[in-house]
Write a protein that binds this ligand. Structure first.
Ligand SMILES: [Zn+2]
Length: 224
């Protein structure tokens, strides 16, 4: 377990912290004990248009907003390790078999601003755990979109339409692919990813996200 040893050494300089509350934890732990008790495992199956199946590690909860928001601002810490480890376990439990992991890409200007794509880092952890290759290059986000959280369901679908382009179709052709994302609310981003991958010849597309958020009731009512 060379990697575990490396993490132990790294933790001597930068202690591993719980991504939710910041408490110092063991070098190879995901969350602190207290947060592990509070976090809600997502037990359902992610139903996303175009996807043959899907899993999420956790239900998004106000308690974990710091962990997700920090990742979205480029402060990664232990979050990709923790979410990737849990997500790999869910994929294994669900019996999903795949040839390739494809993270939801970021628009290049956003990537420059943030420094790293959290979905790619989560996918890399999943890939290490399951022995599946990660392809973070063959699909790009070619159009800048508005932050999904500011939009309602119908607007989200329109916002994401045409946002992604498969630049290397030969890399995804006939492959069973798991699309990896950090946070999923309506599933419009994952559905759009599935559509472009299937359009490029992917055999099957699954989805996996770290956290599954439930839409606000008010929004649903407004949507009829
Ligand atoms: Zn904690």
């Amino acid at each position: 377990m060379e990697r575990e040893k490396l993490r132990e050494l790294a933790a001597l300089i930068y202690p591993t912290r719980c991504p939710v509350c910041g408490e110092v934890i063991g070098a190879n732990d995901c969350f602190c004990e207290k947060c592990t008790e509070i976090l809600i495992r997502y037990e359902g199956c992610l139903d996303v248009k175009g996807c043959a199946g899907g899993v999420a590690a956790y239900e998004y909860h106000p308690n974990m907003s710091e962990a997700v928001m920090l990742m979205k601002r480029g402060v990664m810490g232990n979050a990709p390790f923790a979410f990737g480890t849990e997500l790999a376990a869910r994929i294994r439990e669900a019996g999903i078999e795949a040839d390739l992991l494809v993270p939801v890409p970021m628009y290049k200007r956003d990537l420059r601003r943030r420094g790293a794509n959290q979905s790619l880092l989560i996918a890399e952890e999943v890939g290490r755990r399951l022995g599946i290759a990660v392809d973070g290059k063959s699909v790009v986000k070619s159009v800048e979109t508005l932050p999904q959280k500011e939009l309602r369901r119908a607007e989200r679908e329109v916002n994401m339409r045409g946002a992604f382009t498969v630049t290397a179709p030969e890399a995804v052709k006939n492959k069973r692919i798991i699309v990896v994302d950090d946070l999923c609310t309506t599933g419009s981003t994952l559905a759009e990813m599935a559509a472009v991958l299937l359009g490029a010849g992917a055999a099957k597309v699954y989805c996996a996200c770290a956290c599954r958020a439930v839409e606000h009731k008010e929004e649903e009512e407004n949507n009829g």
